[in-house]
Design a protein around this ligand. Sequence first.
Ligand SMILES: Nc1ncnc2c1ncn2[C@@H]1O[C@H](COP(=O)(O)OP(=O)(O)OP(=O)(O)O)[C@@H](O)[C@H]1O
Length: 247
Amino acid sequence: MPEAPVFVAENVSKRFGGLIAVDKVSLEAHAGEILGIMGQNGAGKTSLFNTFAGIYVADGGRMTLNDVDVTALPAWRRSIAGIARTFQIPQPIWSLSVCENVQVGLIAHGKSKAESAEIAEETLVGLGLQAKLKSDPGDLTPGQLRLLEFARAASLRPKLLLLDEVFAGLSLPEQQSTADVVRKLRDSGIAIIWIEHNVRLMMELADRIVAMDHGHKIGAGTPLEVARNPDVIRVYLGRQAADGKKS
Ligand SMILES: Nc1ncnc2c1ncn2[C@@H]1O[C@H](COP(=O)(O)OP(=O)(O)OP(=O)(O)O)[C@@H](O)[C@H]1O
């Protein structure tokens, strides 16, 4: 069973001029669970994520991490407080080795060079990248680059890990090994919020799902509950039917 919520968002909103990208969305993420955020293009998933990470300033609502209000904190302070994120397109520092790429974040979080090397190595070995510690990021496959992106976030031992479309562009075997990594991180007690377009993967991997449409939360629950939610069905099947008519 999931433990008490690590991260709580209450009525979080984000506007861009007159456009309400996120409209009073509330959710909770628990330690040791994967909370999936699904929704069609433009549903507001990335805006929600950026607001959680402190990249965007919320226009309304409140966010807490372990009961501490983080709503007013900028991204770097949320990172220090325990919120880590991966980016959809891995952004390694190409001039540093794989291991050094992981060390950079740890040093920014106050670890010594020796400590950072130890943690980075342990994290990368845990992700199966032991043979690549001294490699250049440019020598990694797309799947390995994705793992490096994970390692950079996971090595910080975050309380909340925000995963942005980590399966995009991966082969089926890479999807499987990446899913194993996500489960391992979840089982280590991290609360994970994960944006994903691939509904099949979401149903397979998420413990709970929040479905969004036009900035609104339209459904929440277990994968089965969300799959049976009439509003979710309407959004997904409605769009599919419309797409079918177009082609
Ligand atoms: N920086 C921005 N400035 C203005 N409008 C934005 C900005 N970012 C997002 N939007 C708008 O906010 C709405 C939600 O976009 P958002 O990117 O959050 O959706 P999404 O669910 O992540 O979509 P996708 O799956 O395509 O990434 C869209 O109408 C989008 O055009």
